[in-house]
Design a protein around this ligand. Structure first.
Ligand code: CA
Length: 759
């Protein structure tokens, strides 16, 4: 029978000196498998104590099902011959069900799951895993080729399962990194443990669905999950406004470290959760957040937050306003919250009644805020009260360096001497304040103690640089050949003179193309509709080059730089410094940069550059017209540049819909000179800058002359738009509108000069 059939393999194994203790009284068989057929045979009828070992090497297109019933004394295990040397690639995944299963040592990379999960704790809707463990596994950039395609990397179902000491790094496509599912009754009150994991960098997704952990969904949020998330490190988990989204009851989030992660730990739905002894170190990184409280009976105790730079939903502490009689997917009023013994240091904001508006009108009730320590660095109003706080009882809090708050009884303002303890955190020196703020014995989770110990953690590296410098000879197609040969991070150095390009150059690595000098000009001409196409893995930096589009043919979608027409798996960066672009006029809409649907630029940065005689846009980032809260560029920065006779809006940046899951898009437009721009009508409107749903826009110290108006449409959330210190000559006043909020337009206009009437 099957188990007999394994004998030759087992004998071979022992002969092969794999360590099987002679005469061990263990149940089960140990089987080393070398290919998928051997795996299928070995796993067809697993018995308690069986141990299946994947041989070192690459396993491609491997959909593993590992199901059986072990016992607590004799679990069934799947592991690697050597931890970290079994690489699962291609279209692969792992599904586990049964009981007392242990999986370890596997690395998923260079591929993606053909299904909705990479690792699932069920093999069908009814076959769930219980008392099982996945430990020391790695999922590294195992992303769907289309970033809008949704999947989970880890989906926990069943009961009492543990996911621990694993590394989940670089998820770029939509969908939660690790989800706890409550849709089956057999998965509720589950007691799962998610601990000692390394949640590595997750770049901005640019829409909802970029959470690193989600426990439950709104539809099942009335159920208790009883999951424990503890001693994990979240390192640069930036996907969206929620790093952890709790959408169920009775969970514990304890002892985690949130490092430079944008977004917050959000008690989004469900009651009776405990957030205890977590440390948030924002290090001043924009949009780093803390803890956001919604719903009933939540306890937030003993947490420490320092350098958290976010505000609004991403405030260090945000106690939200609710919706009266809230539907299940909206915001249940905060009732009976206990917020005690937390320390907040040098952070931008604590917010009470966060998100109060016509719909969210129910202020917190029956809640206590006590014995917290707030150490602010002085200036500005760090505590924002957006609603009534009569339902919050304050006692024993200490607050330093903040203007008096008459309506916060029980908050004592005083000078508090502090010192850093051995754990690196700040505490009050005065022994009388020993019980105020975070506990003295708070232990920071260490990045060295989490994740798969044998797998490296990603460093903080800059996008460009790190490679070699390569001289590119003048001539036809020499640039294309150089890009083809270039390695990640290389600098391609151009000579003085002319380069001709007869094909679209696909950029699928980080490269920098640099001209000779400001005086000795390097000119690129191209004879296809586009010069560069941003491909998978590409980042492009152009320095000190001239781009002349006059030899390009008339084609739909002409652009100097465009994104791939194929779906993109990840974001990318484009940087132009001291670049001259001219002669984009063969048809009516020749852009400098066109970002296609489904693409997201992390950053587009333009500085010290000149653009003239261009019929299209300089940055066309308005392809996401489905109004689902998606957009094409997270940060667009344009500084110290000149624009003359640009037909469409210099920047067209569009984010439609009412979703509140993203911090972006952002626009910074400063110290620029704009002459005769924006007169071509796009979608029936002429504009020099066309912003729709941009969350942060600063337009300052620029001169607009003989140009179309700026157009700003404000949508959801609390957009911050400042138009300051600009000069408008023969240019109409900006056209500012609110598409959702009632009342005056929330755009700050200050110190602008208007000279002459509009054309
Ligand atoms: Ca979300």
């Amino acid at each position: 029978m099957l188990r007999m059939a394994r004998m030759p393999i087992l004998l071979f194994l022992v002969a092969g000196a794999l360590c099987v203790p002679a005469g061990a009284a263990e149940a089960g068989a140990t089987i080393l498998v070398h290919d998928q057929e051997e795996y299928s045979r070995a796993t067809a009828d697993l018995k308690p104590g069986d141990r299946v070992i994947l041989a070192n090497g690459e396993w491609r297109d491997f959909e593993m099902v590992f199901a059986g019933r072990g016992t607590s004394d004799d679990p069934i295990s799947l592991t690697a011959e050597t931890a970290g040397q079994v690489i699962i690639t291609g279209q692969s995944n792992l599904r586990v069900s049964g009981s007392n299963i242990v999986v370890s040592g596997l690395v998923f990379k260079d591929g993606y799951s053909p299904t909705g999960e990479v690792i699932s704790f069920r093999t069908s809707k009814t076959d769930l895993a219980t008392d099982s463990r996945v430990t020391q596994v790695v999922i590294d950039r195992f992303n769907q080729p289309d970033r809008l395609q949704t999947d989970y990397w880890v989906a926990l179902s069943g009961k009492r399962n543990r996911f621990d000491h694993s590394s989940l790094i670089g998820k770029t496509n939509a969908g939660v990194t690790l989800a706890v599912l409550l849709d089956e009754e057999g998965s509720r009150e589950n007691g799962h443990r998610i601990d000692h994991n390394y949640f590595g960098p997750r770049p901005v997704l640019g829409s909802n669905g970029g959470e690193t952990i989600r426990v439950g969904t709104s539809a099942y949020s009335m159920y208790d999950s009883k999951s424990v998330i503890e001693n994990n490190v979240f390192d640069r988990c930036d996907g969206e406004v929620e790093i952890i989204s709790i959408k169920s009851g009775a969970n514990i989030v304890r002892g985690n470290l949130f490092l430079e992660s944008r977004g917050s730990l959000t008690l989004r739905h469900g009651d009776g959760n405990l957030v205890d002894r977590n440390v948030f170190l924002g290090k001043g990184v924009e949009h780093t957040g803390g803890i956001r409280v919604i719903n009933r009976n939540q306890t937030v105790r003993g947490n420490y937050l320092e350098g958290v730079a976010g505000d609004g939903f991403a405030s260090a502490l945000a106690i939200m306003n609710g919706v009266p009689n809230s539907p299940i997917h909206r915001y249940v009023q905060v009732q009976n919250a206990l917020i005690e013994n937390n320390t907040i240091v040098d952070s931008a904001r604590m917010s009470l009644g966060t998100g109060a508006d016509a719909e969210r009108s129910a202020a917190p009730v029956g809640s206590k805020l006590r014995n917290n320590l707030f150490l602010f660095d002085g200036l500005g109003s760090r505590i924002l009260i957006e609603s009534s706080i009569s339902g919050i009882a304050f006692s024993g809090n200490r607050i330093v360096a903040h203007p008096p708050l008459a309506d916060m009884q029980g908050v004592t303002e005083q000078s508090v001497a502090t010192t850093r303890a051995n754990n690196g955190l700040l505490y009050a020196v005065d022994p009388a304040l020993a019980d105020v703020g975070a506990p003295r014995n708070l232990k920071l989770a260490s990045i060295d103690d989490v994740g798969a110990p044998w797998y490296p953690k990603p460093k903080r590296a800059s996008t460009f640089g790190g490679g070699s410098s390569i001289q590119v000879p003048l001539g036809e197609n020499t640039l294309g050949e150089a890009i083809g040969r270039a390695k990640e991070g290389d600098r391609l150095l151009l000579a003085e003179g002319s380069y001709r390009v007869d094909r679209t150059l696909v950029v699928n690595k980080s490269i920098s193309i640099e001209g000779a000098s400001a005086a000795r000009r390097s000119v690129i001409r191209f004879s296809r509709p586009s010069l560069f196409e941003m491909g998978v893995g590409g980042n492009l930096r152009l320095v000190q080059v001239e781009i002349d589009g006059s030899e390009a043919p008339d084609a739909v979608g002409n652009a100097v730089i465009r994104t791939s027409t194929k779906p993109m798996p990840a974001g990318f960066e484009i940087e132009l410094d001291k670049v001259d672009v001219r002669g984009l006029s063969v048809n009516k809409a020749f852009d400098v940069i066109t970002l296609g649907k489904g693409s997201l630029a992390d950053r587009i940065t333009i500085a010290n550059s000149r653009f003239r005689d261009i019929t299209g846009a300089v940055v066309a980032a308005d392809a996401e017209t489905d109004d689902l809260g998606r957009y094409n560029a997270d940060y667009v920065t344009i500084r110290k540049s000149e624009f003359t006779n640009v037909g469409n809006a210099i920047v067209s940046l569009y984010r439609g819909g009412t979703d509140e899951s993203t911090f972006g898009p952002h626009l910074l437009f400063e110290d620029n000179r704009v002459v005769r721009c924006g007169h071509a009508e796009r979608r029936g409107e002429a504009a020099t800058l066309a912003l729709h749903g941009v969350q942060h826009a600063l337009i300052e110290r620029s001169v607009f002359e003989g140009s179309a108006p700026l157009r700003v449409v404000q949508t959801t959330g609390n957009p911050a738009t400042l138009i300051s210190g600009n000069t408008f000559k023969n240019t109409p006043r900006p056209i500012l509108t609110e598409s959702i909020a009632k009342g005056p337009v929330r755009v700050t206009m200050q110190q602008n000069t208007f000279d002459g009437s509009g054309p």
